[in-house]
Every structure is written in C-alpha cells, then in structure tokens.
Ligand binder design. Sequence first.
Ligand SMILES: [Zn+2]
Length: 276
Amino acid sequence: MSEQAEIGVIGGSGFYSFLEDVTEVTVDTPYGAPSDSLFLGEIDGRRVAFLPRHGRKHHLPPHRINYRANMWALRSAGVRQVLGPCAVGGLREEHGPGTLLIPDQLVDRTKTRVQTYFDGEALPDGSIPNVVHLTFADPYCEAGRQACLSAAQDHGWAAVDGGTLCVVEGPRFSTRAESRWHAAQGWSVVGMTGHPEAALARELGLCYASLTLVTDLDAGAETGEGVSHEEVLRVFGENVGRLRNVLFDAVGKLPVERSCGCSESLGGLDPGIELP
Ligand SMILES: [Zn+2]
C-alpha cells in the first residue's frame, strides 16, 4: 500500500464522522485482517488514518482484537505516530468520571494476547529470525504525550500528566479485591485495550501515546454496585465530543519530524522480518 497517512488514531466513527472527505481503505496483513478498514482523512493538514479498534459494529471484545494486524495495517499505510484513546476505570477517588489521564507507564495483566512480531517462527525461506528484546522501560512516546497534554490544556481540560495504566484481560470488570490490589500498587487507571498496542508500536518503531478517559470509579475505589457497562457507555458518550476536540488538536501538535527516538527502537538490530 502506498503511503496514505502519517498519523494513526485507534478509535471509531465517534472521532472521524465529523471530518470531510473520509476515504475507506481495506488493508490485509501477514497477521490477518485488522479490526476494520482504515478511514483516511485530514486534520490540520496532516493525513490521519482512523482504525475502529473494536470494529465499526463494536463486535470485537478486547481479547479478540487482532492487535498485531491493527498496528501492522497502520504502519503499512505510512503511519509513524499513533494516538490510542481508551475508556478506563479510575483506581483513585481523585480520578473520577470525566478525568483525562495521559499515562507514562503501564502494567500488563493481560493473559492471552500475542504481544510481539518477533516470535521466533521460521520464515518462509527457512531462516530463523533473531530473537529481539526491545527496551520498554518507558512505553509511551514523550512527544506524543506532550502533544496530548498541550491539546487538553488548550481546551480547558486539566489532564493528569502521567500515571500507570493497568491493562487487564477482560472482558469482565475487576472484582473488588482485584481493584483494591491494583489501587494499592499505586496504579492510576485500569483498562482492557492499551496493551499490547504500546509494545507492538515500539517493535514497529512507531510513536505511541495513550489518552485515557475515566468513565467510572473501579469497584474497589467506590462503595456502590460496581462498574456497569451502561454507565461506562453513558459517561463515554458525554465526553466523546471534547475528547475528539483534544485528539484533533493533538494531531496538529505532533512533530512533523520525529526526534524522540521511537523510530530507533530496534537499535540497529535486524529482527529478520521486513517491516512495511
Ligand atoms: Zn516518539
């Protein structure tokens, strides 16, 4: 596929339906089909590819999303910087519904997801690719994080700068004991989709930043009935408009020339697979 976008946004029609001239492009990958087509549009003169993470009908639960295909599809369209908004539960009282938090750390508590492109399988020519252990101490692109924070500030939304996103397998929400344990670790928010997106982005040399919107207080952080899907959808719906505004502004603030080091993530290693 020829280069058609430079920035990727992993989010559905709630984000791109307000753009003019959206072009739908289907992409296949060596890892299977991504969640949906790419929807290409332009924001502030930048070409953006939107990919509905759960599919346009929201039929893919978090553990069924083909994360490898999604990130590969974005890269093959030319994307080098990715913004991944997601709905999360707050693990602290001060991170109540409507909080926007731009994490700087994540904890992986998923169980079934393939989180690497470099899994040691023999290539079609019989050669065995290198085993690659990438540096992942800081999982997010700092330039991307700063673009998100600056955009939020411009819209009067006091985003929380930094914090730890705990990614659980789902699709169920946490028990009270799990939630209390997550909070006791000092983690900030809990979600189901931020990983392995971040790790796969790093393997592909992509910049990746996450915008987490708190839709509820997690089960251990409140005393009510616990999290319900209806409540999550209601709060997300109330905030999707201003999240879209922040996202669009963040796109315009992403650096045109990358100097953050994300593109050098392989550090000269030859992983044995050719990136698109
Ligand atoms: Zn970067």
